[in-house]
Design a protein around this ligand. Structure first.
Ligand SMILES: Nc1ncnc2c1ncn2[C@@H]1O[C@H](COP(=O)(O)OP(=O)(O)OP(=O)(O)O)[C@@H](O)[C@H]1O
Ligand SMILES: [Mg+2]
Length: 95
């Protein structure tokens, strides 16, 4: 089953914690709304899922492929803490 998984995903901007360890699974066909007060991290969460923002820590998966992790090697890149073997992905991007 297709899904997107966020595991303890965190984003910090300096001393500001924009997203604090969110855990979430979204499966294919599921309709999800992020609801919360201004500044709680909705946009930052979506930007991390879209690959527009690099998480500070945690893990992000699409169909069990690692999109982001500082602990595990990515099978397909967005960004990864460890260089990808096929695409030469580094935390700063493609080389
Ligand atoms: N590029 C950035 N640099 C520094 N701080 C940021 C940046 N983007 C977001 N933040 C901070 O991270 C926190 C979460 O912001 P975010 O935009 O994700 O909230 P939001 O839930 O989408 O808010 P809103 O409902 O107003 O759209 C806020 O404290 C915000 O000021
Ligand atoms: Mg927003």
């Amino acid at each position: 089953m297709s899904k997107i998984s966020l595991k303890n995903l965190t984003k910090k901007y300096g001393s500001v914690t924009a997203v604090d360890g969110i855990n979430l699974d979204v499966v294919k066909g599921e309709f999800l709304t992020l609801l919360g007060p201004s500044g709680c991290g909705k946009t930052t969460t979506l930007r991390m899922i879209a690959g527009l923002e690099e998480p500070t820590s945690g893990e992000l998966y699409s169909n069990d492929k690692v999109l982001f992790s500082k602990k595990r090697v990515c099978t397909f890149p967005l960004r990864c803490g460890i260089s990808d073997l096929c695409f030469k992905v580094t935390p700063s991007g493609l080389i």
